[in-house]
Design a protein around this ligand. Structure first.
Ligand code: SF4
Ligand code: SF4
Length: 349
């Protein structure tokens, strides 16, 4: 039986949705959405579930993840109910529902809590550096292993259980009983969407935005691989050094364009930035620029006298790995890809 929560609208405000109760159910938003179809009809259906406070209906739905936020529905809504931002807010709310620790929801609802967590991580990095008597070599060594273990630890302890919860809520609980061979044969959907996000191409406005995201995903993953597995800050391989410069510059340049877009607020998606959006994009930008600067200082033989630069980079890295990746907007990248996989499973029944 569905659990209706009369206070759901109030809760959702903290995730960014403020106007959806103005909806008078005309259906224009669904009619203009280029990603909707008879099998997956949205965003009106999600506006109705939200207005009714049907939390079970929302948490068992993959539709919020099928929207790529072109904003077409919001600009066409005669009631300015902003269905595009509602879909975004539902993605934030769902992220909180999947997360077993409860921290995602807490960070989405409170910038103050996020800032406190960021400060604690900063204090941890400085405390560790002091413990090592600010010995550059030892700190760099630890930072390298920290990256490796943070990635594995966050995935195993936080993200994997959360994906299992998402699977339970959207596939198992609604009663989809599927043979293992269907899970195996649908698996390609997961990787195709994870690395290409090709569904975004279906949005009328989206080709340039899709391409920029694709470049960013490739740049980010290559930077991760270069620093963690090819040991960019210590290597003497010219190929790896140049590769690191190129990908860190790409990450910085693309995120800089996204930051400008959010400041100018010309596109619908940029008009409603929440603190979580800013944290995500600014930390990505800082990761690119500080990684580039650290390697440049190494090559110019300047890093030894500028430990502050490495500590700044290490802090950004630690905050990214311990807060934004497991609990922030980074998770959308993962949940979107799994949503496409689970959607395929649902349709295989
Ligand atoms: S276009 Fe606006 S008013 Fe019409 S169904 Fe969509 S959200 Fe509601
Ligand atoms: S923002 Fe775009 S993709 Fe998302 S529901 Fe609205 S029209 Fe569809």
């Amino acid at each position: 039986m569905s659990r209706l929560d009369t206070k759901f609208g109030k809760k959702l405000k903290k995730y960014g949705a403020t106007e959806f109760n103005r909806c008078y159910n005309c259906g224009t938003c669904t009619a203009v959405c280029s990603l909707t179809n008879s099998e997956d009809s949205f965003p009106r259906s999600m506006v109705r579930l939200s207005a009714a406070g049907d939390q079970n209906g929302i948490e068992s739905s993959l539709k919020p993840w099928l929207c790529y936020y072109c904003g077409e529905c919001s600009t066409s809504c005669p009631q300015t109910a902003n269905p595009g931002e509602l879909m975004m807010s539902l993605r934030r709310w769902l992220t909180g529902r999947y997360d077993w620790t409860g921290l995602s929801g807490l960070f989405y609802r409170s910038s103050l809590v996020t800032i406190i967590a960021m400060v604690l991580v900063f204090a941890g990095v400085i405390g560790y550096a002091a413990y090592e008597s600010f010995d550059m070599e030892r700190i760099m060594h630890t930072a390298h292993y920290f990256e490796m273990f943070a990635i594995m630890g966050v995935f195993a302890v936080i993200l994997l259980p959360n994906i299992v919860r998402m699977w339970y809520l959207t596939v198992i609980k609604p009663g989809y009983k599927l043979p293992v061979k269907v899970y195996a044969s649908s698996m390609s959907e997961l990787f195709i969407h994870m690395f290409t996000q090709k569904r975004a191409l279906g949005c009328d406005d989206n080709q340039a935005r899709w391409f920029a995201h694709l470049i960013l995903v490739i740049g980010y993953l290559t930077l991760l691989f270069t620093t963690v597995f090819l040991d960019w800050f210590s290597t003497e391989s010219m190929f790896v050094v140049v590769l690191g410069y190129v990908v860190s510059a790409i990450v910085f340049a693309v995120t800089f364009v996204f930051v400008l877009g959010r400041i100018k607020q010309k596109q619908e998606i940029a008009k409603h930035s929440r603190p979580s959006d800013w944290f995500f994009i600014i930390w990505l930008l800082l990761m690119g620029i500080t990684a580039f600067a650290v390697r440049l200082f190494i090559d110019l033989d300047l890093l030894a006298g500028n430990l502050w630069l490495f500590l700044f980079h290490f802090t950004i890295l630690a905050q990214w790995a311990l807060i934004i990746v497991p609990f922030g907007k980074w998770t959308h990248f993962l949940y979107r890809s799994f949503a496409m996989y689970f959607d395929k499973l649902q349709k295989s029944k």
